[in-house]
Design a binder for this molecule. Structure first.
Ligand SMILES: [Zn+2]
Length: 387
């Protein structure tokens, strides 16, 4: 047994312990829940145990927010998410999808930023990929604003500035700072008293506002609420583009258990462990957890369970995700500047891709040039990798 394999196995053993603890806390306040009634459909329910039953929701017409994102040398096409899921057309949930196709064939990597509109390191790391990365082998598909409604709202619990400003080679640029959840007036339905994910394995009873949390809504519903439609659209993209590795970039409060964490679908936990070891050698300590079996609707869980893609979620610590943000510098916090967090997201991303490539068949390898290294982002700032 090589040292690396031994280390990976012991890391996975640690993860299993942590997962058991996680499941225990998660199920702690689970109660006997009444599952929502199953609508009449022609397909027997037993054949599709994970398909949420739903009557169509009338989502208000709206315009997808267009952002100041300047496609870099790697971008070969720009689409809308509604091209994969027509029910998103003319809603505030439609969003830009950037395709960066390498010269040589290979695997397809997908990145979602902005699942939560107030987790700006994930959004900015995604935008750096769009404006700077150049795939050589394979493809990179990036959605910088996965919940394009949430980015237009102010989070009622943790309000932030309307925008953040970054200095770039072309001058100062502004980027929206949003909310964790879909804007209530875009959703098409009032929040339920409690939110229960329809998957039969789900044990989590969440506050009703979580019905507007994109990262509780997967695999989504084609004609559901706006949040469910966005989730559905992203699932359709993963399937249509035959995505091989998928990432969801997030942030957590600095004191959260989730800060500096990789969450991986259990099927690709070994690859995640190899990446975490690689990151340790770069001086970045990331924790690792497998997706919970009973906490449903999360990207790493449902993307990985419903498609062949390996799936990963990263959490960097954001100084703004605290109850009192008075005096917090959202970009240049002395301990946790945006540059350190974006550098951490990109380093984790590249470490997973390297670990994935180590086991991938030759035709599914992905190589990406010009993804800035963590130390360079920390040294020169996020803006220096924008246009
Ligand atoms: Zn998040």
């Amino acid at each position: 047994m090589t040292v690396r394999v031994a280390l990976v196995l012991s890391l996975i053993a640690l993860c299993a312990v942590s997962a058991a603890a996680q499941v225990q806390t998660q199920t702690h306040n689970a109660q006997a829940v009444t599952k929502p009634p199953v609508a009449n459909t022609q397909t027997p329910v037993a054949a599709q145990p994970q398909a949420p039953a739903a009557t169509p929701v009338a989502v208000p017409a709206g315009q997808a927010r267009v952002h100041d994102i300047r496609p870099g040398p790697g971008v070969t096409a720009v689409k809308m998410l509604s091209s994969y899921a027509p029910s998103l057309a003319n809603t505030a949930g439609d969003t830009q999808v950037y395709i960066l196709e390498g010269k040589e064939p290979g695997g397809t990597v997908f990145v979602a930023g902005g699942t939560h509109g107030n987790e700006i390191a994930g959004i900015m790391a995604s935008i750096v990929l769009v404006e700077h990365a150049r795939p050589q082998k394979g493809r990179l598909i990036v959605i910088p604003h996965a919940n394009n409604s949430a980015i237009t709202d102010v989070d009622p619990e943790r309000p932030g500035p309307k925008t953040i400003a970054l200095t770039t080679p072309s001058g100062e640029r502004q980027f929206l700072y949003g909310s964790r959840r879909t804007k209530a007036t875009d959703q098409g339905a009032p929040d339920p008293p409690k939110y229960l994910h329809p998957n039969p394995k789900s044990t989590e009873e969440l506050p009703g506002t979580e019905a507007r949390n994109l990262n509780r809504a997967y695999p989504g519903v084609a004609n559901g609420t706006l949040t469910q439609r966005i989730a559905w659209g992203i699932m359709q993209l993963l399937k249509a583009e035959h995505v091989t590795v998928a990432f969801d970039f997030h942030e957590a409060g600095p004191d959260s258990r989730l800060a500096w964490m990789v969450v991986a679908n259990p099927k690709n936990l070994e690859t995640a462990a190899a990446a975490v070891l690689e990151l340790e050698s770069l001086g970045l300590t990331m924790k690792l957890e497998p997706s919970s079996e009973t906490f449903r609707g999360l990207s790493h869980r449902e993307w990985g369970d419903e498609t062949p893609a390996q799936t990963y979620l990263f959490e960097t610590p954001s100084p703004s995700m605290v109850n009192d943000t008075k005096g917090v510098d959202f970009v240049n916090d002395p301990k946790l500047p945006l540059s350190k967090r974006v550098g951490g997201q990109l380093a984790s991303f590249m470490a997973v891709i390297a670990a994935y490539n180590a086991d991938a068949p030759a035709g599914a390898v992905v190589t990406l040039a010009d993804v800035p290294a963590m130390k360079d982002v920390e040294k020169t700032g996020v803006g220096s990798f924008l246009r």
